[in-house]
Design a protein around this ligand. Sequence first.
Ligand code: NAD
Ligand code: UD1
Length: 348
Amino acid sequence: MAKTILVTGGAGYIGSHTVLQLLLGGFKTVVVDNLDNSSEVAVDRVRELAREFGKNLSFHKVDLRDKPALDKLFSSITFDAVIHFAGLKAVGESVQKPLLYYNNNLIGTITLLEVMAAHGCKKLVFSSSATVYGWPKVVPCTEDFPLVAANPYGRTKLFIEEIARDIYRSDSDWKIILLRYFNPVGAHPSGHIGEDPRGIPNNLMPFVQQVAVGRRQALTVFGTDYNTKDGTGVRDYIHVVDLADGHIAALHKLDEDKIGCEVYNLGTGKGTSVLEMVAAFESASGKKIPLVTSGRRPGDAEVVYASTEKAERELNWKAQYSIDDMCRDQWNWASKNPFGYDTSDSTT
Ligand code: NAD
Ligand code: UD1
């Protein structure tokens, strides 16, 4: 019998790619999303891309904090597991509006966990972030590094990780996998789904993409005096389809007998600088990306990349795509959808 997975935030960037991989992998998939930072068009496109498996996808516009609505869903469908992506993720906004972030991310998650417990669904995969490693003194980051939070967004990730560990300590029936994502970029190779941020992008590659399609004039490079190969910050960029497949691997892990509450890095183990990413995108797109240099962005780390050993060993998962693949697929998505899912909006 096909397993049924609830995917919160499944209309979003990483969620939509994961839902597609779930469908293609034979899972029945139920998406809940309040569409605060996404479009239902993404769900429709996933359904089309999944072809005959598209019938196994259903969508519910629900806010996670709406407990009665969530409870009703769990009363009508028996879920084998939940993949929990839903949350707000803009670091700068979280500094300006901490209560919004604590309300949405923490209350949303607590409500979800309460409803799961009430319905006896105790298998969870949660989207954590490499942000919990803060400013690592050495790299690669292993899962046992000390954890810090640099801002309210990061604190919601850290708090939810701790909540998950407490829940397991209190009730060993729970099986929880915390996935710490490094820097997801790229898009599905079809070019039909991809990242579509609202407003001015905070992250590097969505910004580069918008410069390439003429929506922004130049990329500001934050910091050229880091102790790195070319002075710019180094990160572990991972193709979003590899990341999505990491979730399928985590679901299989949840089927094992005793897994408790485990944490895994999802990255490639390779560090790439800002200038290297720009060069790779320029050659994938044939577009010149004008650069403006500025000082370091407050809060930024110098070099962050993952140790992937634990995920490779225990999840039997390893990222496959290269930086050139990431840039090729991101450009394919961008050139086909210069204004994302919204064909009418050319103003942001
Ligand atoms: P996204 O904004 O594209 O997707 C999140 C989705 O959650 C959106 O569709 C949004 O509408 C929905 N959502 C938010 N609050 C909700 C609520 N209260 N109820 C229902 N739906 C709600 O972001 P993403 O990049 O796909 O990220 C997914 C998860 O991964 C997030 O938890 C994010 O913090 C985490 N993460 C992302 C990155 C990254 O760089 N993209 C890195 C590390 C961790
Ligand atoms: C940022 C967040 C982090 C979050 C992650 C994924 C901060 C301080 N950190 O991390 O909490 O988990 O995104 O969502 O916001 N860069 C530029 N110009 C730009 C944008 C970025 O030069 O316009 C540089 C940055 O300085 C960095 C690199 O590009 O060196 C990557 O930046 P970004 O994509 O924002 O990711 P992180 O800094 O890793």
